[in-house]
Ligand binder design. Structure first.
Ligand code: AMP
Length: 309
């Protein structure tokens, strides 16, 4: 089943307590599509870069089954650039620089080859671009998921709420859920956000795992307690990529399967943070991923004898 990813393809400069990078390849669309490439053989990406973006990286994406027909390369323009610095606890970060560059006037084109996409992951990018892609799809996909961030809440709240009303699933972090809903309690925030449109909501809580809300059901998945988190950049996108890759490959939207997808997403995210940028996502194999998923199963599994008088 085909998966379409929309999201920034970018240069990032990252500073963590473990080190600092110059410009390296990043972007929500890059992390999502690399993570989902471990689940689907063929997938499509819509994004835009400048002519400063390395052709070899596009080849790397192609070699992982990612169709880049919808990745526009703008001659004479610069690729989106983001720079961030993590605090010592690695749970929070400051955005130092956001240069939209080619993203500023991005008009997404949906190639004909992409029109059969059953699953769509709208990664972090302008909400107007996200809704334009939905409007340009001739058929309604089986599931449209979306991610966003505080940056867009600050500068484009009206576009954002319109896009949120058009999707089936929203994936955001706890801080963003609180900002979007104006409510501190995540349970109340979840209700307010689902009243905006998406039937399914996932709230990521960094090293504290993720919550899945579907109808009256809630599922909590832990994050793997890792000895060392090297660079959390892209962990949220990698989660989304693992989640949607698993959904697109199993083609099952039941609550039980959504729970499994959350575990696959969490497992993929746990790899992403082990090295800078996309490095770890380029070198995984099936066995490593299965072993990691089994660690999650062991971590959260227990027998219970009810012993209340
Ligand atoms: P995450 O750590 O999952 O929030 O994602 C980090 C990635 O998001 C980085 O690789 C950035 O290039 C990308 N990013 C940061 N800010 C934006 C933005 N305003 N729009 C689109 N992508 C962004």
């Amino acid at each position: 089943m085909s998966l379409l990813t929309v999201g920034s393809v970018a240069f990032d400069a990252i500073e963590t307590p473990y080190g600092k990078t110059d410009k390296i390849v990043g972007g929500a669309g890059t992390f999502i599509s690399l993570a989902s490439s471990y689940f689907v053989d063929r997938q499509n990406i819509i994004s835009v870069v400048g002519d400063d973006f390395p052709k070899d990286t596009i080849k790397d994406l192609n070699s992982r089954g990612i169709n880049t027909l919808g990745l526009q390369v703008k001659e004479g323009e610069k690729t989106f650039f983001w720079s961030g610095k993590y605090h010592n606890d690695m749970n929070s970060r400051d955005t130092l620089i956001t240069e939209l560059n080619v993203l500023e006037n991005f008009d997404p084109v949906v190639p004909n080859d992409y029109q059969d996409s059953d699953y769509v992951m709208l990664g972090n990018l302008s909400p107007l671009v996200q809704s334009t892609v939905i409007e340009r799809l001739k058929n309604r996909p089986k599931l449209i998921a979306m991610d966003t961030m505080n940056f867009w809440m600050d500068i484009a709240m009206n576009d954002l709420t319109k896009t949120i009303s058009m999707v089936d699933l929203l994936i955001i972090n706890d801080e963003e859920a609180r900002q979007l809903s104006g409510e501190y309690s995540l349970i109340k925030a979840a209700q307010i956000i689902r009243d905006m449109g998406p039937k399914i909501l996932i709230i990521k809580k960094g090293e504290h795992g993720a919550l899945l809300f579907v109808n009256d059901d809630v599922f909590y998945a832990p994050a793997l307690p890792l000895e060392e988190v090297f660079d959390p950049t892209g962990a949220g996108d990698t989660f989304a990529g693992g989640f949607m890759g698993y959904i697109a490959s199993t083609h099952d939207l039941s609550f039980e399967n959504l729970k499994r997808a959350v575990i696959y997403g969490s497992a993929m995210a746990s790899f992403c943070v082990e090295k800078f940028g996309t490095q770890r996502l380029l070198e995984l194999d099936k066995e490593e991923i299965s072993n990691r998923v089994n660690q999650f199963v062991k971590l959260a599994n227990f027998d219970m004898n009810l012993l209340v008088k």
